[in-house]
Write a protein that binds this ligand. Structure first.
Ligand code: NAD
Length: 269
């Protein structure tokens, strides 16, 4: 079994990474950061997001596992004291793989002969670079839907629906549903300007195009990464063909994770 470990970089995560490397040597596991079959993130959800982006070019080959060295994470759900058990599980069993949908974002420019494509595990957002009002035309399936004015838009995956999307009043979506969700970030709504005001859930193959109106620069984020784009013609969002694969060694249902993270960690659902 070829593995890679990505640590958050703090002392606790680094110590755990070294402990795991020693154990894994005993199991004759091979550290292969170029071509791993299993990618283990040690830190928090942010570390798993980093691991996802590091290996997003080879999602069909590798499965992810997250260990949290801070508080319980959505993606990082193994505890430091469980790592020996986890290593035995990795070696002993044909582990189950569960797949979660991803968001594809494609940026097209007015002045460039190429486009840039991104994959998000949580969400992509678009805003202006200086915090001024974003004005964009939103099309869904080739039909004009609305002209949006406000702070920005957040387009999330089902597994990302519990992150930024939740803070925006978006719905929590089970990751077995292949969908993306568009949530408004502080839209301007009055007698003159109107947006739908509700989060929209789009199924697979329903593509959304967002066209900036008179903006030279658009600030986008894809998970924890932010990028400025000049001369944007349109940004396209849809459910990606690729999926992220998580190695599952024990059940930890999505709704239990929602319960334990947001309601109470002491009780069972
Ligand atoms: P980070 O690692 O500090 O993450 C921020 C928080 O979001 C952490 O508590 C993390 O556990 C939680 N989180 C991440 N993914 C989650 C998920 N799928 N479900 C539930 N909670 C989740 O910061 P970062 O590394 O910059 O992470 C980027 C993420 O931060 C973004 O993808 C975005 O979802 C989130 N974010 C949230 C808000 C907000 O809630 N107002 C604002 C900006 C960004």
């Amino acid at each position: 079994m070829r593995y890679a470990i990505l640590s958050k970089g703090d002392a606790k995560s680094e110590a755990l990474k070294h402990k795991m490397q020693t154990h894994m040597k005993d199991f004759k596991m091979i550290e292969d950061v170029e071509n791993p079959e299993i990618v283990i993130s040690v830190g928090g959800d942010g570390t798993l997001l980093q691991a996802f982006h590091q290996y997003s070019h080879m999602l069909a080959q590798c499965a992810f596992v997250g260990i949290h060295t801070g508080h319980l994470g959505f993606y990082a759900d193994w505890l430091p004291h469980e790592v020996e058990k986890l290593i035995i599980e990795i070696n002993n069993s044909e582990f189950q793989v569960i797949e979660y949908p991803l968001l594809e974002m494609i940026v097209r420019y007015n002045d460039k002969g190429y486009e840039t494509r991104y994959l998000a595990l949580n969400e992509a957002t678009m805003k202006t670079e200086n915090g001024t009002t974003l004005v964009v035309d939103l099309d869904i399936r080739g039909q004009h839907f609305e002209r949006f004015r406000g702070d920005g838009l957040c387009i999330s995956t089902p597994s990302g629906s519990t992150a930024y999307n939740k803070a925006l009043g978006g719905a929590l979506i089970h990751p077995s549903l292949e969908a993306i969700q568009i949530a408004e970030i502080a839209s301007i709504n009055n007698r003159v300007f109107r947006t739908v005001g509700s989060p929209l859930v789009l199924p697979k193959h329903h593509t959304c195009h967002v066209k900036p109106v008179n903006h030279d620069v658009i600030l986008t984020t894809v998970d924890h990464v932010s990028v400025k784009h000049k001369n944007v013609n349109t940004i396209q969002y849809r459910v990606a063909n690729e999926k992220i694969r998580f190695a599952r060694f024990r059940p930890f249902p999505f709704w239990k994770r929602v319960h334990d993270s947001f309601i109470s960690s002491g009780e069972t659902l």
